[in-house]
Structures are given as C-alpha cells and as structure tokens.
Design a protein around this ligand. Structure first.
Ligand SMILES: CC(C)(COP(=O)(O)OP(=O)(O)OC[C@H]1O[C@@H](n2cnc3c(N)ncnc32)[C@H](O)[C@@H]1OP(=O)(O)O)[C@@H](O)C(=O)NCCC(=O)NCCS
Length: 164
C-alpha cells in the first residue's frame, strides 16, 4: 500500500492549483457524496480495514469538521463502499488521504473522489491544495496537475508517533 502519511525519503508534498481542476467525471452508477452521520462509523471501520488505523484517524478528523470534509464513492443498492477522499484532515488546505478498494482501481473512481474534494475546497475559499507526503505522485499529476514541492520531506509529519 502507498501511504500519504508514511513519510520516508521517497515521499514529498505536492501542490495543486484548484482553479485548473477538471470537472468531476460522471461514472456509470457511481455515487460520489459526503457520508451521512449514521454511516460514519462504517466508513472509518472500512478505512481501517482496507488501509490503516492512521488513515481512519485522519478520516475521523475530517468527519468532525463542519461542514464535513470527506467524500465517499459508492455503487449499488444496498450501497457498496468503494473509496474515500478527505481534506482538512491533518492540516488545513491538505487533501488526502485517498484510497480506492484494490478490486475497483483504475476505473476512474480515485479521480472522481479527488476532483470532488478539490472542487469542494475551491468552494470553501482555498486557492491551492497540498497533497501531503504523496505515495502515488503519478496519480496526482495525471488527475490534477500536481507539482512537487521542493524540500517538503518530512514537512508537517516530522516526529509523528508511529504504531509499534
Ligand atoms: C491512488 C489511488 C487512489 C488511485 O485510485 P484509482 O481509482 O485507481 O485511480 P483512477 O482510476 O481514477 O486513475 C486515474 C489516473 O491516475 C493515474 N494512476 C492511477 N493509479 C496509478 C498508479 N498506481 N500509478 C501510476 N498512475 C496511476 C493513471 O493515469 C490513471 O488513469 P488511467 O487508468 O486511465 O491510466 C489507488 O490506487 C489507491 O487507493 N492506492 C492505494 C492508496 C494510495 O496510495 N493512496 C494515495 C496516497 S498519497
């Protein structure tokens, strides 16, 4: 798994210009939306299971914001959770973490989630977003024109507690 907050020599922060973000693509039968309160525990448990407790912790921070700053992608009825993307979780103006279930990758879901967050950030008044300690730079480059920020490692994550 590639981590947004596992900082090592290979990760860096990236800058994204929100005014240049492409429109959110409409994907067949995919709902990209903010979760309702009764879904919050299910969403964070799913993130801990498919990704990491640290990402679930970041998701809880995003879900505590008002308005909340996390999108999910679901399909079907009853809905199946396929991915999530948060912003303003670890730091204001930061987008991520983002994750798509491994069986659903490379079908545009990650792009739809990232762009939904970026447009929400623009509506909230931000001009730029920062993707922190990026583990999938090509994805951010392709989808949102993200650019590497020099000397951004370890950035805000310096000295962070780690699971033993
Ligand atoms: C990164 C991630 C969210 C991308 O989700 P996805 O739904 O597969 O992404 P998309 O299908 O929308 O991809 C859009 C474009 O991004 C690029 N891209 C996506 N994943 C990529 C990868 N692993 N390597 C290089 N380019 C990638 C491609 O250009 C892709 O378009 P294409 O499929 O037409 O070539 C997903 O791979 C994931 O959850 N990875 C594990 C968690 C993770 O690393 N999160 C990011 C931490 S910073």
């Amino acid at each position: 798994m590639q981590e947004c907050t596992s900082v090592d020599d290979h990760t860096m922060d990236m800058l994204i210009a929100l005014h240049a973000a492409p429109a959110v693509p409409a994907l067949l039968a995919l709902a990209v939306r903010k979760p309702l309160a009764p879904e919050h525990n299910l969403v964070t448990a799913w993130i801990a299971h498919h990704f990491s407790p640290a990402w679930a912790s970041e998701a809880r921070a995003a879900l505590a914001n008002r308005p909340l700053t996390l999108f999910i992608a679901t399909r079907g009825n009853p809905a199946e959770l396929l991915g999530f993307c948060a912003y303003d979780a670890t730091a204001r103006g930061f987008v991520g973490p983002i994750g798509v279930r491994d069986t659903a990758r490379r079908s545009g879901i990650g792009a739809a989630l990232l762009l939904a967050c970026l447009h929400d950030m623009r509506a909230m008044g931000y001009g730029y977003a920062i993707a922190g300690a990026v583990g999938a730079p090509e994805f951010f480059r392709q989808v949102a024109g993200a650019m590497e920020i020099p000397n951004s490692t370890p950035g805000i994550y310096a000295g962070m507690l780690r699971a033993p």
